[in-house]
Design a protein around this ligand. Structure first.
Ligand SMILES: C[S@@+](CC[C@H](N)C(=O)[O-])C[C@H]1O[C@@H](n2cnc3c(N)ncnc32)[C@H](O)[C@@H]1O
Length: 306
């Protein structure tokens, strides 16, 4: 049985140990090298259209019980995925790229673990239907709307100024969710509540008003798709504990790692863009716990503990 693997990750005692990791390369073989049920929180913000660039394969699935797709709800997943990809080819390509990665993400989640999938209005409705059948509808926890107000305004339709974050738990009876650990926010109408309540602030709901990363602010790394630390902070605070492993396998500028380390969590980040890796090296240089920068395996390596 393999006990020490990728970047010095150690599974000798039946739990995952080792340094924080930043891995350069395609995320799929990296995911396959991580042991089952060791990660508390997965946050991903995948780029749309990656499927078309990275694979030419389109998802044509049918309800074949002997098929080799690894959906969790068997025929129902295959039927839904097949219908959706017949309806929209570009989504089929995208999902063919994302699906095996989501299957791995689910495998890696501990029983108390949670997946946050950050999308926008173009993909979210398809993805909800597919994730319901991949995880099970009972595992859907929330759809978070991250609302911002920045940039040009369309004139021929309502300007779209929000992203959607789908939240799924591995096990609806055992998941970790600590709303008391989340930073509270100011009441919209503080005059309507007691001074004490106004002072404490209110718990966030599933609609989060938060500015984008300011083009002139301290947080800005220059990476074009960088997400604000404030959004990740809530996610990490609510859905993990100190010392837990947090995984982001479309890491970009490393926002998830920066937040995880500030909150005392351990992290694994993966990205295949050298520019992202350069940004993460700079950004994570001040992290107090050790960080190892390693290359992804060229091909599949045996998962720790397998
Ligand atoms: C939308 S960005 C993520 C931005 C990130 N949330 C942040 O705050 O900076 C998506 C990232 O996924 C990476 N990516 C795309 N395909 C990948 C793959 N197959 N393996 C690893 N990373 C990939 C891209 O290089 C890009 O940096």
């Amino acid at each position: 049985m393999t006990r020490v693997g990728l970047g010095g990750l150690d599974y000798s005692n039946g739990h995952l140990d080792g340094p924080n990791l930043v891995v350069s390369g395609d995320n799929l073989p990296v995911l396959r090298a991580i042991p089952d049920e060791t990660i508390s929180l997965v946050y991903i913000d995948p780029p749309f259209n990656t499927g078309r660039r990275q694979t030419r394969q389109t998802l044509h699935t049918t309800a074949d019980p002997d098929g080799d797709r690894r959906g969790f709800k068997g025929a129902s997943y295959r039927t839904v995925a097949g219908r959706l990809s017949a309806y929209d080819d570009s989504f089929g390509d995208y999902w063919a790229f994302l699906e095996p990665r989501l299957v791995e993400a689910r495998r890696l989640l501990a029983a108390h673990g949670t997946l946050y999938l950050h999308l926008d209005y173009r993909e979210v409705h398809y993805a909800k239907v597919l994730l319901d059948s991949l995880f099970g509808r009972e595992c859907f926890l929330n759809e978070i709307i991250w609302a911002y107000d920045y940039g040009a305004r369309a004139r021929r339709r309502w300007p779209t100024k929000h992203d959607n974050i789908l939240v799924y738990v591995k096990d609806p009876r055992r998941y970790h969710f600590d709303n008391a650990a989340v930073d509270r926010e100011p009441y919209m109408a503080p005059g309507l509540v007691t001074a004490e309540k106004a002072e404490r602030g209110k718990l966030p709901t599933d609609v989060w008003w938060h500015t984008i990363v300011s083009p002139t602010g301290r947080e800005k790394t220059g990476y074009p798709t960088q997400k604000p630390e404030g959004v990740l902070r809530r996610i990490v605070q609510a859905s993990s504990r100190e010392g837990d492993w947090v995984l982001d396998f479309f890491a970009g500028s490393g926002t998830t790692g920066a937040v995880a380390s500030k909150l005392g969590r351990r992290f694994i980040l993966v990205d295949n863009n050298p520019e992202a890796l350069a940004v993460m090296r700079r950004r994570l240089a001040s992290v107090t716990t050790p960080v190892s920068f390693v290359d992804a395996p060229d091909e599949e390596i045996e998962a720790l503990g397998a």
